[in-house]
Design a binder for this molecule. Sequence first.
Ligand SMILES: [Zn+2]
Ligand SMILES: [Zn+2]
Length: 340
Amino acid sequence: MKALICKNGKIETVEKTVPVIEKNTDAIIKVTLSSICTSDLHIIHGFVPLAKDGVVLGHEFAGEVVETGDGVKDFKKGDRVSVNCETFCGVCGFCKKGFVNNCINGGWELGCKIDGCQAEYVRVPYADNGLTKLPDNVSYENALFVGDILSSGYWGAELCEITKGDTIAVIGAGPVGLCAMQCAKILGAGKVIAVDIDKNRLELAQKLGFADFISEPENCEESIKEITKYGADAVIEAAGGENTFELAYKIARPNAVVALVAMYEKNQILPLPEMYGKNLIFKTGGVDAVHCKELVKLIAEGKITTDFLITHRFSFDNIKDAYKLFEEKSENCLKVAVEY
Ligand SMILES: [Zn+2]
Ligand SMILES: [Zn+2]
């Protein structure tokens, strides 16, 4: 089968053997649609020490079940599924609390420690936990982002502990930020303020009805104070830019949650003496993608959509061009869909 690997910081397409069931809880999925995530770029750039050299990249995809191990109870050959970016056992102490990102038997494995989805077939461990069945009215396209960026956006909104009517600022109107805006509304936010350096993305956030107000970072502190006197009730930092961490705690009101869902490439400074008394709550980290079923249901009911994210399509044979376009963010690219 055809696959895209990352070796010594470079991507290349190679021929590989089709994966087989290794444990009875595995399933083999025929990939119908996959995407490229910024985390894939982080691996290529060497910022993910856990990543195995030569691994097949990719962890954001949908496809069809072609084979299941004896221990897989909820899925069978022919099922249409979206796949969770995280691998988790479901029974360890962390999994039982819903902290699946820290599963002692899993975590971010696909496309990092084990072969991922930028290939014709992929082996998914703990398939009963990692797969979500798609109802007939949800297409592969509709469900492409469920297991990763939509989950990340939902998680960011969930971290904010939103109470009805809250004003939520979202820094970064990229794919995760746009998902977070929608999810914040679903969880009860009254107003959403989108912050980005990219005017096109801000306009899109407003046009789609996800953001009630938009602001560029420079005048963000003032404009937020005009909208809400004391600062945002919670801030979702989904940009991971040079100064976006600083901006996040500055635009938060005292006692707000600052949810950091961005993946930084550099250390960030937390000036505790300056912010003493502001009593902020910082929440950090990588998504616990445990709401895939609810997210698919919300898509099926038409309450949430990620269709607008697919701005470009490529066949697998041109996947290197897809990486180039995605990395350069040229042609207002939000996300690419790679077809197999
Ligand atoms: Zn990802
Ligand atoms: Zn676990």
